[in-house]
Ligand binder design. Sequence first.
Ligand SMILES: C[S@@+](CC[C@H](N)C(=O)[O-])C[C@H]1O[C@@H](n2cnc3c(N)ncnc32)[C@H](O)[C@@H]1O
Ligand SMILES: [Zn+2]
Length: 366
Amino acid sequence: MIVEEGKAKIKLSRDVFYNPRMTFCRHLDVLAYKVIFDVEDREVRSLDALAATGVRGIRARLEAGFLPTFNDRNPKAVELIRENLKLNGIDAEVFNRDAVALMRENRYTHIDLDPFGSPAEFIDTACLSALKYLSVTATDTAALCGSAPLAGLRKYAIYAEKTEFYPELGLRTLIGKIVREATKYDKAIDVLVSWAKEHYYRVHIKLRRSVALAGKIYENVGYLFYCFNCGNRVWAPMDGSSFERCRCGGRFKMIGPLWLGKLHDKEFVRSMINKVGEMSVGDDTKDKLKKFLQSIHDEIDVPFAYTTHHIARMLKTSPPQVARIIEELRRMGYKASKVHYSGFGFKTDASVDEIKKIVLALNAQY
Ligand SMILES: C[S@@+](CC[C@H](N)C(=O)[O-])C[C@H]1O[C@@H](n2cnc3c(N)ncnc32)[C@H](O)[C@@H]1O
Ligand SMILES: [Zn+2]
């Protein structure tokens, strides 16, 4: 069977992984690659390290002008990648290696890690091998978001428990892990764009080689002190303070180390939106891509979201609409926005106590 995705034609095989539910993710990746290609203004040598059918690298070549190398340790995947390259008129190197060994020996401008499950075992070597850009997928969301604390410790050396903002926590765990692997190679990071969707997390990162920046980046890595009793949260970098008790008398749980910095670069996301018109997809999909990217773009840069349900549950009242809370927070001079991964989440620089007051006042109006 052959499927068409963007500008690519991809032959499928029962023995090689292909997930049609990740097509939207690959559209978003193509947009990110197009922006990177413009910024670089020259060859982007890229490694599709866990390529399966080769769909990501093939689309990166056809739609964003990247120069990909392909790799998969499954010989059947390698055979299929070769067929798919021919089918799309692409000439490229294909390896049948363990990705870690290959990355240890070679350097690439960009590396794409798209494993089945956890990327943890690949991140270290990818940070060494990638000279400028790194894209990572993770589908082990339970380990990353705190719903499986022991898996979080084993895979990412972080401690987390499930909170109401768990998709954001998952992204911050993943990015935090990448930072802690990258800095030993004297590389700091900028997050270009990241998102949490359905069963997976995805992040596109720019690496910067600099001893000074690789030390300074730890201003953006630290711990969240979260009170499960009242929803209060404070955070501090790794060399910062520690907190034991919440002002409500509850005990703080210390969660981390986590990435505390930006989850996207507004200008980068704006450039991705501007490229949607160039995509070889239907108008419906273009609208969905624009809408999704706009929701990422509009998210304010304050860590740790709230949800209306969680606030309402703590107050033993019914949840008001997110849009009403945001409107009220803004009217009072706070920053506030929705979140991209859920219709019930919002972000603000107001404290949980302020939010509770607003929710009670809003509910009293009805
Ligand atoms: C989730 S699939 C990749 C999907 C593909 N990138 C896409 O967008 O459809 C993961 C692939 O990684 C390969 N793989 C797993 N561990 C590997 C390793 N250590 N080295 C190389 N390939 C590996 C598997 O054979 C599988 O084909
Ligand atoms: Zn508390």
